[in-house]
Design a protein around this ligand. Structure first.
Ligand SMILES: CC(C)(COP(=O)(O)OP(=O)(O)OC[C@H]1O[C@@H](n2cnc3c(N)ncnc32)[C@H](O)[C@@H]1OP(=O)(O)O)[C@@H](O)C(=O)NCCC(=O)NCCS
Length: 159
């Protein structure tokens, strides 16, 4: 798996995955263009043998970031691709001033909830009727510790 920044020529492939994964709830082309414009620094794609198998996009403010969406092609799941995308995102956030990353996931999406827990996310409040179809959203969050701060706290651990 190779992770790289999303480029405009990746759009049609990302849209294809988006529609296969989220169906009627898929983000539109316009939405992805907006995300690329506003959050392009944390918009990553995963390529397997040169073919895009998944993506993740996160929007960061000064101290807080929000994982907007993550998806892996159904036939490529369970091979570490989502994990690689998430690890890359968390690492990129450590280079910023962001202190906390949050997301919302359908309360019924146990696979994704377990996936996020595996990366240290903890559950916050349930947003009742958060989704357009009326389903509840579970808020999850995780702290981000800046690399510089870690080095400062544990000077002896420096390689
Ligand atoms: C969530 C998703 C991105 C995970 O991608 P993936 O490539 O299958 O994830 P990985 O193979 O890297 O798995 C990483 C870890 O997540 C957890 N995990 C992933 N899928 C899981 C599942 N179906 N059930 C339980 N745990 C799961 C496991 O702990 C796994 O670690 P392991 O491989 O050591 O067991 C993928 O399932 C997906 O695209 N789902 C549909 C879209 C979606 O729900 N997005 C989130 C919306 S908020």
């Amino acid at each position: 798996v190779r992770i790289s920044r999303f480029r405009l020529w990746d759009l049609s492939r990302v849209l294809e995955i988006e529609r296969a994964v989220f169906g009627a709830g898929a983000y539109s082309r316009g939405m992805f263009l907006e995300l690329y414009r506003d959050c392009g620094g944390l918009f990553f794609v995963a390529k397997c043998s040169g073919r895009i198998a998944g993506y993740v996009v996160t929007c960061a403010g000064r101290k807080k970031a929000e994982i907007v969406s993550v998806a892996v092609r159904p036939d490529r799941r369970g091979r570490g691709i989502g994990g690689a995308l998430m690890a890359n995102t968390l690492q990129a956030l450590e280079d910023t001033a962001v202190e906390r990353v949050e997301l919302t996931v359908r309360t019924t999406n146990q696979a994704a909830i377990r996936f996020y827990r595996g990366f240290g996310f903890v559950s916050g409040p349930v947003a009742s009727g958060y989704y357009e179809d009326g389903e509840d959203g579970l808020r999850m969050w995780r702290q981000i510790t800046a690399k510089a701060e870690k080095t400062h706290r544990n000077p002896r651990r420096r390689p």
